[in-house]
Design a protein around this ligand. Structure first.
Ligand code: URA
Length: 433
């Protein structure tokens, strides 16, 4: 088989066979197929797309390019959750304990943040002593004992995707639905869960800005999951503004703990309950969504979900005193308000700009080797739909710099104010299963 013929076939809009896809993925991972031929194929896929079963075969070939994690030593039905990425998204800290609170095991492998999105591991390390490194045996043992463990990703999962994603990043071929779907699902499938709940974001701060594109991506991922033997559900949720009010590491842990203790942070609470309900239905603990939702909502009120989070923190060496008394979380030196320049209603908050403003404060990394400052972050005092008066604080920047000009500029770019009220944003647009 010759790579040039595979490229030509896709360029002409034809469907690739399993053999052709495996030839490409195996050859590219081994270094036998050069970047220039892989780029040409990615561009041909970008323009001509892939059939659903072709995308599923691509995904399976990427899974097979590396290790897969065997979670069979964990008792019960394992459900994983994945978000396509958002700003202020701390649902993992609520969803994990909620699901664990009804006995469903959550073996969460997470990553660090880069650029404008934060990473689950960085956020958890705001809690003094919290350790995300552990042996595989300890990880499995912790899930069996506490129903919940969070660890850094180990092993060589889907190396073909790692190489291809880096190539797509520099060849303008990231935003292709089959390629994104295959990329995300290859890593999820290699991580070993029995079922998967996807939180596909839509809006200005998401990969997919348009609802129809987000739905198409969700459908593609659900198809792949189901085709490859994992029950998969996708929730399409809003990312036209950050989720909740807090952005940053300690800030997000604080807000998540408050929700776990019963505080009604509307969007964050509702999305967490939605995702957790689908997960527990997939795990077979509840027969329908409504009864799952009702019980999980009770577990937020009666402290069971918070107790599950406390037990995670304690099992992984974290200081439980910090989450019992949130004032013990790392704090910044200064609190700088960014004021509205006119009267009006908040009609949009560009999540990506808020994420970049937080990164400038030191909450995120511009490059892989940057150090995180856990105490800095942003509190949104106004969200979409809120009326605002000139001079009122739109956000509070928690900063170690007395005058964080770059972040102030980004916040001013992020907020759009206008005279007309925009009404309420929808939070959940659709569920695809
Ligand atoms: N995230 C991924 O992991 N892959 C993509 O292609 C896009 C987003």
């Amino acid at each position: 088989m010759r790579m040039v013929d595979v490229i030509q076939k896709k360029r002409n809009g034809k469907t690739l066979t399993k053999e052709e896809i495996e030839f490409f993925i195996n050859g590219y991972t081994a270094g036998d197929i050069p970047d220039y031929q892989a780029s040409a194929l990615m561009m041909a896929v970008y323009f001509n797309g892939m059939e659903s079963n072709e995308t599923a075969m691509l995904t399976q070939a990427m899974v097979d390019s590396g290790e897969t994690i065997d979670l069979s030593a964990i008792e019960g039905h394992k459900v994983d959750k994945h978000s396509t990425g958002g700003v202020g998204d701390k649902t993992t800290f609520i969803v994990g304990p909620l699901v664990a609170s009804v006995g469903v095991p959550v073996a969460k492998m997470s990553g660090r943040g880069l650029g404008h999105t934060g990473g689950t591991l960085d956020k958890l390390e705001s809690i003094k002593g919290f350790n995300i490194e552990m042996t595989k045996d300890k990880f499995i043992n912790n899930v069996n004992t506490h129903k919940l463990a969070v660890a850094g990703q180990t092993g060589n999962l889907a190396p073909a995707d790692k190489k291809l994603y880096a190539l797509r990043d520099v060849t303008a071929t990231v935003d292709s639905i089959p390629l994104i779907a295959g990329s995300i699902m290859s890593k999820k499938l290699a991580s070993g869960a029995d079922s998967i709940v996807l939180d596909v974001k839509t809006g200005s701060g998401a990969f997919m800005k348009e609802l129809e594109d987000s739905k198409a991506l969700a459908r593609e991922m659900v198809n792949i999951g189901n085709n490859l033997g994992r029950n998969t559900v996708a929730v399409i949720s809003d990312m036209n503004q950050p989720l909740g009010f807090e952005v940053g590491n300690a800030n997000e842990v604080r807000e998540a703990c408050e929700v776990l203790q019963g505080k009604k942070v509307e969007d964050l609470r509702l999305l967490s309950l939605e995702l957790a309900s689908h997960m527990t239905v997939l795990a077979g603990v509840f027969s329908d969504f409504d009864s799952a939702y009702k019980t999980l909502e009770q577990n937020l009120e009666n402290g069971k979900a918070f107790e599950a989070f406390r037990s995670l923190v304690s099992a992984q060496g974290g200081d439980v005193g910090v989450i019992d008394d949130l004032s013990k979380l790392p704090q910044s030196k200064y609190h700088v308000e960014v004021a509205a320049e006119k009267d009006g209603y908040v009609t949009a908050i560009d999540a990506e700009s808020v994420g970049v403003a937080a990164m400038y404060l030191g909450a995120g990394r511009a490059t892989k080797d940057d150090q995180i400052n856990h105490g800095v972050g942003i509190t949104l005092n106004k969200k979409v739909g809120d009326p605002v008066k000139k001079g009122e604080a739109l956000v509070t920047l928690h900063s170690d710099d007395e005058s964080p000009q770059d972040s102030i500029k980004k916040i001013n770019e992020a907020y759009t104010l206008s005279e007309e009220s925009p009404g309420k944003h929808k939070l959940i647009y659709d569920v695809i299963n």
